[in-house]
Design a protein around this ligand. Structure first.
Ligand code: SAM
Length: 298
């Protein structure tokens, strides 16, 4: 384990990406490096920040920080789960930190959650340094598969795995590295093949309207070419560069209104949530005028 990292200089970590956000960067003050290694799949860093708790970084890109992670996990999980209304079988691709799993098991109607994570190192480090996120990984409804999510979906499509899902959540890292295939047409086709008839998929888009709207438009075109319905919503997360993250949500059920919850959280469920509520579900689909024009112009 190395105590240095190329993205840390004079106790500041800086996230940079020439491909995805050229000309800008995002920095956090580092208190101490907790872990740095190269796994079989990616560069893995965990550091303690001065304001955002422990932070997980893969290939130089921030994945989650303890203080604001709920804004991401709750939206990517609860928007599709409440839009579906009665999901029983849920698949999470990526998500080795466990934050999305923690949210999915809050739904009593969910009977089974499968987590497909390629990198065991992420799960092990999350159990050690991100206990608030990994706390439900051993929940009795959760089954963990250590393999490539793309291959897993191919196995579902070719019936080597005999299961279909009500909701599929792609909680992947960004398109460079092991998650590259998740941002292509074939992946959306495999998602569609793995869904029950009224199923919903949601994927983190790795971008937002400020960072790279052309990239989002391309992704939306792919989603529309595969699914009857595709929509864009977003969540606000201060530790993602520019403070927003886009989510692409799709379904083949034309009767379904994915922009509104079919089921509202009970009082007990709502009390357990910090970001999601039915109003923000709907509001997260409403874009500023210029962005809506560009995203919806096909
Ligand atoms: N919230 C995060 C974000 O959007 O920045 C994503 C978090 S989660 C840590 C992303 C996970 O996807 C990582 O643990 C990574 O190992 C996993 N992953 C990347 N490529 C994968 C693949 N091909 N199959 C399964 N998991 C993959």
């Amino acid at each position: 384990m190395s105590s240095q990292h190329p993205s840390i200089k004079e106790n500041w970590f800086t996230e940079l990406s020439d491909e995805h956000f050229p000309g800008q960067g995002f920095s956090l003050k580092v208190e101490r490096i907790l872990h740095h290694s190269r796994s079989d799949f990616q560069d893995v860093l965990v550091f303690e920040s001065s304001k955002y708790g422990n932070v997980l970084v893969l290939d130089g890109i921030i994945q989650c920080a303890e203080r604001d992670e709920f804004a991401y996990q709750e939206m990517i999980a609860h928007v599709p789960l409440f839009a579906h209304g009665n999901p029983k079988n849920v698949l999470v691709i990526g998500g080795g930190d466990g934050g999305v799993i923690r949210e999915v098991v809050k739904h009593d109607c969910v009977e089974k959650v499968t987590l497909v994570e390629i990198d065991k190192t992420v799960i092990d480090l999350s159990r050690k340094f991100l206990p608030g996120m990994s706390c439900a990984l051993d929940h009795p409804k959760v089954k963990i598969n250590l393999c490539d999510g793309f291959q897993f979906l191919r196995d579902v499509a070719h019936a080597a795995i005999d299961e279909k899902y009500d909701v599929i959540i792609t909680d992947s890292s960004d398109p460079e590295g092991p998650a590259e295939a998740f941002f292509q047409t074939e992946y959306f086709e495999l998602l569609k093949a793995a869904l029950n008839p009224s199923g919903i998929v949601i994927a983190q888009a790795s971008e937002n309207v400020w960072l790279n709207i052309d990239y989002l438009r391309r992704l939306m075109r792919i989603a529309h070419s595969v699914f009857q319905k595709a929509d864009y919503c977003y969540t606000t997360v201060p530790t993602y560069t520019s403070g927003q993250l886009g989510l692409i949500i799709c379904s083949d059920d034309c009767r379904l209104s994915i922009t509104k919850p079919q089921r509202h959280p009970s009082k007990r469920e709502q009390d357990a949530l910090k970001y999601y509520n039915p109003e923000i579900h709907h509001a997260s689909f409403i874009l500023p005028t210029w962005a809506a024009r560009l995203i919806n112009d096909r």
